[in-house]
Design a protein around this ligand. Structure first.
Ligand code: DLL
Length: 443
């Protein structure tokens, strides 16, 4: 038998079979599922039916995958306007789980699952873990928060279905996380990248070197992080760090994940159909061009999402992946179309700030961006921790670092930035998604 493409991660995992479907077969499956889901949404979701009718469209008009582009978009505003249950396509008796995530106003957005939906969710999460080379012998510490957030339970059921040993520790209590990681022989950890950085710091304070433990993989997501951040994490922890993507509106974690090639995230296209559009005009963009990711759920029963505008900015990567999967890949999410900060008329993305900081020797990957308004003028301050070594009476070195950072920021952002170098462990840590931007301009 010939060597299977993902054999470097151990034997081919049987659950990965759908990742390798021949393209015509995948596309037939997608079209069939798309036709069913559009019919379901039309029959059961009033908002969707009204929008289709306004365009003179019927579900039967959908004859090819390309016809999807004629259908109306859905966005977070629709979830807000129909709060809490207005987009459900199943009666409450068939809904077995609700989750929620933050909305654009005070109310959260609510998402629903039937038993069949939970089954799909566990299966894509199981496949996601298999993509990173995890299997039944792994011990997975799941430090995503359990609760209304989809991270905890999503990863939990996928890891259990894989047959791995799951430690449902949830987020928080970092000392206990490190004790468990060491004492229970943990081989993989799931959490936000920022929380893992925090664990790394704390471990080193406690004199625990993660590189000496069996830990070999991290499955990190729920917030943007950069390749530079990955390099740091992999070096400091001696692991492979994989990027996992998802959002509550579509299912939770398990929409896309990086394979061993770590060159883009494979989208589980047999369940989630991707498009990239121009965020301004809504026009479809070709592969390789950055734009807003739009996703359509192909199998979700309780809350089908047709052409959901994620606000996440990425591009579909042309060509095939050396791993052999036929699932298309997207670039890691660099930013959201709506996390753009406008400072004195200049567009700034937090990821730009991070990339400058991480390229500079002597800084630690803990920072925050503080926006204020002084005399009517927006001010951008970047607070960043520097290494303890830097702080030990090398005033000259601190000054040099400060000036170099200010210059590098100006080059990249086209904006003069106030840099504040702070001692290690002074910036508040988060146990879930980090809050790196503090906007005090309106207060
Ligand atoms: O964050 C689901 C999740 C849990 C994904 C655990 C991965 C791991 P929400 O709370 O609804 O769901 O937030 C979704 O988070 O639209 C992105 O803007 C951002 N996001 C999620 N994963 C990534 C990632 C979960 N890998 C929103 N890179 C999404 C960048 C991410 N941003």
């Amino acid at each position: 038998m010939s060597k299977h493409p993902n054999q470097s991660n151990g034997p081919f995992h049987p659950v990965s079979a759908p990742d390798f479907l021949p393209l015509p077969q995948l596309q037939r499956l997608q079209l069939q599922r798309l036709q069913n889901i559009v019919r379901r949404a039309y029959d059961h979701v009033e908002l969707f039916r009204r929008r289709m009718d306004e365009r003179g469209l019927k579900p039967a008009d959908l004859q090819a995958l390309d016809d999807l582009a004629q259908l109306p978009f859905t966005d977070k505003g629709d979830l807000r306007d129909t709060y809490p249950f207005g987009l459900f396509a199943s009666p409450m008796k068939d809904i077995v789980r609700l989750h929620a995530s933050s909305g654009t106003t005070g109310k959260p957005i609510v998402v629903a699952y039937t038993g069949a939906d939970l089954n799909v969710w566990s299966s894509v999460m199981e496949r996601a873990f298999a993509v990173c080379g995890l299997h039944e012998s792994d011990v997975i510490q799941n430090a995503y928060g359990y609760g209304l957030f989809t991270g905890g339970l999503g990863a939990h059921y996928g890891a259990e279905r894989l047959g791995a040993t799951v430690i449902p520790i949830s987020g928080g209590n970092t000392d206990r996380q490190i004790m468990v990681m060491r004492d229970f022989g943990v081989t993989a950890v799931c959490c936000t990248p920022s929380y893992f950085l925090h664990m790394l710091d704390r471990a080193s304070e406690l004199g625990v070197d993660l590189r000496g433990l069996p830990l070999r993989a991290g499955v990190f997501g729920a917030e943007p992080w950069t390749t530079a951040m990955r390099v740091r994490i992999e070096e400091m922890a001696g692991i492979r760090a994989f990027d996992i993507y998802g959002l509550s509106e579509i299912i939770g974690p398990g929409v896309a994940i990086e394979c061993e090639c770590q060159n883009g995230l494979h989208i589980f296209e047999d369940h989630f159909y991707p498009e990239i559009i121009d965020p301004e005009t809504g026009a479809p963009l070709p592969d390789g061009v950055e734009g807003e990711l739009v996703l359509t759920t192909l199998s979700k029963q309780a809350m089908p999402m047709i052409r959901y505008r994620t606000r996440d900015i990425t591009a579909l990567i042309p060509g095939t992946c050396p791993c052999g999967r036929t699932l298309r890949r997207m670039q890691r999410i660099s930013r959201r179309s709506d996390d753009m900060l406008i400072i004195r008329g200049v567009n700034v993305f937090p990821s730009q700030v991070e990339s400058v900081l991480l390229e500079m020797e002597g800084t630690l990957p803990h920072y925050r961006i503080i926006l204020t308004r002084e005399h009517g003028l927006d001010q951008l301050e970047v607070q960043v921790e520097v290494t303890a070594h830097m702080f030990s009476d090398r005033v000259g070195a601190l000054e040099t670092l400060h000036d170099e950072l200010a210059d590098a920021m100006e080059r990249v952002l086209q904006l003069r930035t106030r840099i504040t170098l702070v001692e290690p462990r002074t910036i508040p840590r988060s146990e879930g998604k980090s809050q790196r931007v503090i906007d005090r301009r309106s207060s």
